[in-house]
Design a protein around this ligand. Structure first.
Ligand code: ADP
Ligand code: MG
Length: 678
């Protein structure tokens, strides 16, 4: 008896050699085999008479072979086998290239079904290299045929056959993570039906039913996993902060907060009053005003005598936050301190002491702030201004570190709303989907080389008006030295040849002292900053009014959006110019999206649609496993239902310890185990 764990080499017709090759496709055991879902299907259900054949159509013809197949060698390496077949309406001429074994497979006077694309003319229809089998076999023709991902040495037929045998060997042991109740409530097919019909659908309708079940199941496992992690993280207790209003804080702000900002603040304050530890993500587009949200909560904690840590991804951002929060909070009696590696040893010591003694209410620094073991007197809130997403596992590790202050993570990377709820399924999410009023749209242009001179002149004109300009080149993949060289050469050219009269600076990811360069640029000591994507990270230079991106085709949409977010931050009309580079269709579509919208969420939805989740997230930064059948881009409605089902199951069995939930637990472990191992 075979089960999901059975090695495929023991499956009939597979054997050791094929099993080795199939391992390259990630197929090791029966479970992998039945989950090697087709990447598409070919409709071979239409059966026509010869007289009905339409040129160009791919159809089946049931016909009798009328002569012995004739083989001819046209030239070395090109053999042609010809045969004619007929039915009661006409004759079909069939040609096979380089398939000399055909002559042993087709017999005069016998009936076959041929499937292929019709060529020739209506009166003289032809087929080249058709698929065929004896009439009545129904294993290759007359069916909806699966198309599989293949690898060297595994033909479509071998793959189909292995799957057929695998399905048969599974008998009643198909993997099934769906509890019966869920399956019934959501009217989902049983596992056997689903696996059989996903590979060899009896009809398009049955294929849909099978797909729906498998997609639901996969998203259900994922949602249950996120829920499980969230519960496991525990009802960790958090300090209770009596809730009150933020009137005093709001009154001190130089602007009126947007509704979305207030909502985020309110949601976080509710968490902090709840008795449970807050674990909230604030997601907001560039410039949506996340800093003010973080500041509000630091103020909230300080008013109640507790300390906060405010962590930025870079020193330059930490300094920026220090200036902003200091100006805002000090007048309200909140003491703000800065702790970075750039401080002199003595200053560092003093700040640390002040933090330890509780003389500082809000400590601002880089992410090293906590890891360096800074002692707080009474740390109750950590605000993380996070650029890069943490994987689920990393978050779990952080949470497990023991001490558990309330945590608020602010992410500037807009991800599609629907996706946020999965990726951050173990966190609560607030979304700031509104920009402060009066923001000017950054005018965006995608241009070719012939505009280069004009763009340079435009940059010169803006600098003449007192503005500053960014030039960004793509990161060079091969090596950092290469990258440095590319960006340096480019900067040198701009300085020496194009803008000899202007002040040009360079900043590069691996460069020592890049923070100093960027600070100097922020202070207006340079007119032009040539950089790689280091500037993606939220620098705020309101005087910068033009962003020029070289080889924009090499950037993803979300990345371009982040880059564009570096301008239009002040009162000046701002522009973004994208040099198309060696653009193609998909580049054009990406750049079109950039021209059309400034909405980061919409851009991320498009990005996801155009690139698929794999590329969208890059190297699995999201810490999520790869989905085999469901798609983050198109199965979002199913996701919601699956999520609800998962919540119901976990509510009844929070540790999934019931025997009925063992398969679900197994699937979760497998899903995340794989994500770690791969
Ligand atoms: P991000 O969400 O990208 O971190 P910031 O917090 O840096 O955005 O805010 C961007 C700019 O918008 C800052 O100069 C900030 O002072 C300003 N700002 C934030 N909220 C508002 C608001 N409600 N009205 C007007 N300006 C605001
Ligand atoms: Mg920010």
């Amino acid at each position: 008896m075979a089960d999901a764990e059975t090695d495929i080499q023991y499956i009939k017709g597979v054997g050791e050699a094929r099993a080795k090759r199939m391992a390259k496709l990630g197929i090791h055991n029966l479970r992998d085999l039945v989950r090697a879902y087709p990447r598409g299907y070919e409709d071979r259900t239409a059966i026509r008479h010869v007289a009905e054949l339409v040129t160009g159509e791919a159809v089946c013809v049931a016909a009798t072979v009328g002569n012995d197949p004739r083989e001819r060698l046209i030239r070395a390496g090109l053999g042609v086998t010809k045969v004619s077949a007929f039915d009661e309406t006409g004759v079909l001429e069939i040609t096979f290239f380089n398939q000399s074994y055909i002559k042993d497979q087709l017999r005069r006077g016998e009936a076959y079904v041929f499937f292929g694309k019709v060529g020739g003319s209506p009166l003289h229809p032809e087929m080249t290299n058709p698929i065929f089998e004896r009439e009545g076999a129904n294993s290759k023709t007359g069916i909806i045929a699966p198309i599989y991902r293949l690898t060297a040495g595994i033909t479509p037929a071998a793959m189909s056959n292995a799957v057929r045998q695998g399905l048969a060997a599974m008998a009643e042991q198909f993997p099934n993570a769906l509890p019966r109740g869920v399956r019934e409530e959501h009217l989902l097919a049983d596992a056997r039906f689903a696996y059989e019909n996903i590979h060899f659908p009896a009809s398009w309708e049955k294929l849909d039913i099978a797909r729906r079940r498998l997609i639901f199941e996969e998203l259900f496992v994922l949602a249950a996993a996120m829920r499980l992690f969230k519960l496991a993280r525990g009802e960790q207790q958090g300090r209770v902060f009596a809730k009150s209003n933020f009137t005093e804080f709001y009154a001190a702000l130089p602007f009126e907060l947007t509704g979305a900002q207030k909502r985020a603040i309110d949601e976080a304050a509710t968490d902090m009053a709840s008795g449970e530890r807050m674990n909230r993500l604030v997601q907001g587009d560039v410039g949506s005003g996340k800093t003010a949200v973080g500041a509000a909560l630091c103020w909230f904690a300080a008013k109640r005598g507790a300390q906060s840590a405010f962590m930025a991804p870079t020193e330059i951002l930490a300094e920026q936050h220090y200036r902003t929060l200091g100006a805002l909070l000090e007048p309200l009696g909140v003491r703000v301190g800065l702790l970075t590696g750039r401080l002199k040893a003595k200053e560092r010591r003093e700040v640390r002491e002040a933090i330890a003694l509780g003389m500082v209410d809000v400590a601002i620094g880089t992410h090293a702030l906590l890891s360096e073991g800074t002692q707080f007197r009474d740390l109750a809130l950590v605000v993380t201004d996070e650029q890069h997403r943490f994987g689920v596992n990393q978050r779990a590790a952080l949470a497990a570190k023991g001490e558990s202050p309330h945590s608020l993570v602010m992410s500037a990377t807009p991800i599609p709303r629907t996706l946020a709820f999965i990726i951050y399924g173990d966190m609560d999410v607030s979304i700031i989907d509104e920009l402060p009023p009066g923001r000017q749209k950054v005018e965006t242009f995608a241009v070719g080389e012939k505009y280069r001179k004009r763009i340079y002149e435009f940059a010169r004109k803006l600098v003449g008006e007192g503005r500053q300009v960014y030039f960004v080149c793509p990161a060079v993949e091969e090596s950092e030295t290469e990258e440095l060289k590319a960006v340096n050469e480019y900067a040198e050219r701009l300085q020496k040849v194009i803008f000899p009269e202007l002040r040009v600076a360079v900043a590069h990811g691996a460069m020592k002292g890049k923070d100093a360069v960027m600070s100097a640029f922020a202070a207006g000591e340079y007119d032009i900053l040539v950089a790689t994507t280091v500037i993606e990270v939220g620098v705020d230079v309101p005087n910068a009014a033009l962003m020029v991106v070289e080889n924009a085709d090499r950037f993803g949409l979300s990345q371009l959006h982040q880059l564009r977010g570096r301008v239009g931050r002040g009162k000046h009309k701002s522009y973004c110019v994208l040099f198309e580079g060696a653009g193609n269709e998909s580049t054009n579509e990406r750049l079109r999206v950039m021209r059309q919208t400034n909405d980061g969420f919409q851009i991320s939805e498009e990005d996801l649609r155009l690139r698929g989740p794999g590329d969208f997230f890059g190297s699995r930064q999201h810490g999520l496993p790869e989905l085999k059948i469901a798609s983050f881009a198109s199965d979002m409605d199913v996701l919601r239902a699956a999520q609800q089902a998962a919540e119901t199951v976990l509510a009844a069995d929070p540790e999934l310890s019931a025997a009925a939930n063992a398969p679900l637990r197994g699937e979760i472990e497998r899903m995340f185990q794989l994500a770690v191992d791969n």
